[in-house]
Design a protein around this ligand. Structure first.
Ligand code: DX5
Ligand code: ZN
Length: 238
């Protein structure tokens, strides 16, 4: 298992997104929070900004859709060149069809669950996905406190990956900082979204490197199945 960091642009200066992306040049993915004022009470970025970001940075774009009707809109973000498109299971009418459409469009497919959403009902559809995003705050806003009570979902997903039943990037999002990242890493996450902890640091690239090292040191040792499949777990660029 490796530790990957995805800085969230939600905590960046929206008047300078290109510069802010350049400030985290050493990140693994760049996390782009798309909100529609319906699924969550906040409005952020849409397709035009994602298209412009695609041209402005070489970082793989990790689009996190916090929108209603992702079945209709998700593929559009794949077509704009996102490397991973994650949508919320609570908002999707047909998550399997949407995941298949994303993969067919050449991107990774991600499933997100809010803190109060259990994983059990969706375990059987996880093979359709490349990424599982476990929200560690209520979606909608940055700067909230990490909710450790959701980590059993990370542990369960990691157990299934280790037993060879699944290949998944396990991503945590919300309140991830130098005080919380070790718990998430110990539970088995391998992709860490961090907004405030990166963009409010004096040295955002330094914060990315420090968080990555902290997470890597706290991750449990990988099982044999994971070691065999190392390449499958490396987040691809585009
Ligand atoms: C919240 C977003 C997160 C958010 C994380 O709805 O999905 O990506 O930007 O921000 P921090 O790291 O500040 O909690
Ligand atoms: Zn997010």
């Amino acid at each position: 298992m490796e530790a990957h960091i995805a800085p969230s642009l939600l905590a960046a200066d929206f008047a300078r997104l290109g510069e802010q992306a350049a400030a985290v040049h050493n990140a693994d993915w760049l996390h782009v929070d798309v909100m529609d004022n319906h699924f969550v009470p906040n409005l952020t970025i849409g397709p035009q900004v994602v298209a412009d970001l695609r041209r402005a940075t070489g970082l793989p774009l990790d689009c996190h859709l916090m929108i209603d009707d992702p079945d209709r809109w998700a593929v559009g973000y794949a077509e704009l060149g996102a490397c991973n498109v994650t949508f919320h299971v609570e908002a999707a009418a047909d998550p399997v069809a949407t995941a298949r459409a994303l993969r067919a469009a050449g991107t990774l497919a991600g499933l997100a669950v809010k803190p109060g959403t259990p994983l059990e009902p969706y375990l059987e559809i996880l093979p359709e996905f490349d990424t599982l995003l476990v929200m560690t705050v209520e979606p909608g806003f940055g700067g909230q406190d990490f909710i450790p009570g959701v980590l059993p979902k990370v542990t369960e997903a990691r157990r299934r990956v280790e037993s060879g039943h699944l290949k998944l990037i396990i991503e945590v999002d919300g309140g991830v900082n130098d005080e919380t990242i070790e718990q998430a890493a110990a539970a088995g996450a391998d992709m860490f979204v961090a907004g405030t902890a990166v963009f409010e640091a004096d040295d955002p690239a330094g914060a990315v490197a420090a968080l990555r090292a902290q997470a890597a040191a706290a991750q449990p040792p990988s099982g044999p199945s994971l070691r065999r499949d190392t390449d499958a777990h490396r987040p691809p660029g585009r």
